[in-house]
Structures are given as structure tokens and as C-alpha cells.
Design a protein around this ligand. Structure first.
Ligand SMILES: [Zn+2]
Ligand SMILES: [Zn+2]
Length: 268
């Protein structure tokens, strides 16, 4: 059984329910030993604010996680304080000095829901991508990995939302992303939330939008290590999809990183 999940949201991001204590209670009931919170980070210029907490919510978020951590220690649950970040290069000092520095967060996850293309940010949900945009998405993910800010990259195959078939462009862009992850020793996340979302209907049948199986077959070939997450947006889902993601990793021969934060600690 997988007993660690580092990808958890709270009500503050405006599309999740429950607070840290509610998730901790559920995590203890389900036998987790480590629970990390990674709500969607606010950004200094307030962009994309409809799906993330406001800057003013950040201290309350930290206090809620810290209080839940103290209470959960008696139940043998280790609780960590993190954030899931869109990587905006001009905010590097904010991530490093404010979030990881002054606020003392344990870790950051890189999670892209937007990517830059020809000087503009484009949402992954919404319209289909062109091959050039897919390449921009992959290059952007590589830049995020190279920043050294992130413990792991959430749902690197999120482009499966916008890309219909596993074709040459999908394979080439994925190969570039996966080769970079392997070279950097950057774990990539098999995301349980994707398994709970409605499937994508394509001409060749329905499939999860993500995790997208051919992406992970290629990940195994490239020797990429993986992290398994529930990406919980409601307390009942605190461990949802972890066992399915583990089964997928096992079938494909992917190495699961048991504690991605140990790697960070070793590096400092
Ligand atoms: Zn979310
Ligand atoms: Zn998330």
C-alpha cells in the first residue's frame, strides 16, 4: 500500500473543499504515514486568481497546515507544508526567497496549467494545441525542471487534455521532456486526479485525459522515476488513485520514489 501523498489542496484555491485538519483526519483513517499539502500558490501579480488562493490567504494556509501537523503527530502522521506552482520565471525570487525561504515551506511542486507560447500564456484546458504549441509546452516543462525549485513535476502529461492521439509530435515532445527529467533526476508524477476525471473521447475510443499510458511507457524506456499522488481536492480523496497509479507504475516497470523530499534534503 502507498502511504505517502504530497499533492493535496484546501478550500482556499476556490475549487477544492475542506481544510488541512479534515484531510489529516481522513489520511489517518486511511493509513497514510505522510501527507503533504500543496495548494495552488498565489502569484505576486495576482494572475490566474480564479483557481488559487489570494496572497492574503497564505499566512492562514501555513498556520492551518502547521496546526494540523501538530495535532496529527499524535496519530503518527507526518504533515508537510508545500505549494503547487505555475513556474513563471520572473517570479523565481518569490518562489525561492519568500516561499521556500521566509515562509519555510518544505517543498514546491511544479504544476503547469498554462504555458508560454510566442510571448503569451495559453491555458492547457480549452482549445486544442498546434504541434508548435506542444513543443512550447514541453520546452517550458524542461525550463521548470531546470530551475531547481521543484521536488517533482505534477501531471507532466496534462497535455493529454488538449492532444487527441498519440502521434509523432506527442512522442517527440514527450521524449524531450522525459530525457531531460531523467538527466536531471527529476521525478514526474502519475496523477490520481486524472483517473477520477471524465475520460476523453477520441476517434480511437475513450481514455483518461491523463495519466496518458503511452507517455508513461516512454517514461519507463527513458528511466524516469515517478511520484504517485492523489491530487486531492476533497478530503475523501486524500488517498484516491494511489493504488491504481502504483499498479500502473508496476506494470510499466517504472521506479517509484518512496520519499521525493529525501532527495531534496540530500541535495542541501
Ligand atoms: Zn486544483
Ligand atoms: Zn494539484
Amino acid at each position: 500500500m502507498i502511504d505517502i501523498n504530497l499533492h493535496t489542496h484546501t478550500y482556499r484555491c476556490r475549487h477544492a473543499r475542506g481544510d488541512a485538519a479534515d484531510y489529516c483526519a481522513e489520511a489517518v483513517a486511511r493509513g497514510l504515514r505522510t501527507l503533504g499539502f500543496s495548494d495552488h500558490t498565489p502569484l505576486p501579480d495576482g494572475r490566474w486568481s480564479s483557481v488559487r488562493m489570494a496572497m492574503g490567504d497564505l499566512p492562514g494556509y501555513c498556520r492551518a497546515v502547521e496546526a494540523a501537523a501538530r495535532a496529527a503527530a499524535a496519530d503518527g502522521l507526518r504533515v508537510l507544508k508545500g505549494l503547487e506552482c505555475e513556474f513563471v520565471p520572473e517570479f523565481t525570487a518569490f518562489y525561492r526567497e519568500e516561499l521556500l525561504g521566509a515562509m519555510g515551506l518544505d517543498y514546491l511542486i511544479g504544476g503547469a496549467h498554462w504555458y508560454p507560447h510566442r510571448g503569451e500564456w495559453r491555458g492547457i484546458y480549452g482549445t486544442a494545441m498546434t504541434p508548435e504549441q506542444l513543443r512550447a509546452y514541453a520546452d517550458y516543462q524542461i525550463t521548470a525542471m531546470q530551475s531547481g525549485l521543484f521536488a517533482f513535476i505534477a501531471h507532466p502529461d496534462l497535455f493529454g487534455v488538449a492532444w487527441e492521439s498519440w502521434d509523432r509530435a506527442a512522442a517527440e515532445c514527450s521524449k524531450a521532456l522525459l530525457t531531460a527529467a531523467a538527466a536531471l533526476g527529476m521525478p514526474l508524477e502519475i496523477n490520481g486526479y486524472g483517473l477520477r476525471k471524465p475520460p476523453k473521447e477520441t476517434p480511437s475510443g475513450s481514455r483518461p485525459m491523463y495519466p496518458w499510458r503511452p507517455f508513461w511507457e516512454l517514461a519507463a524506456e527513458c528511466g524516469v522515476a515517478v511520484v504517485l499522488s492523489s491530487d486531492a481536492h476533497t478530503p475523501a480523496d486524500v488517498a484516491a488513485g494511489l493504488d491504481d497509479a502504483a499498479a500502473m507504475a508496476r506494470r510499466l516497470g517504472l521506479r517509484v520514489v518512496s520519499d521525493p523530499l529525501a532527495r531534496l534534503q540530500a541535495a542541501t
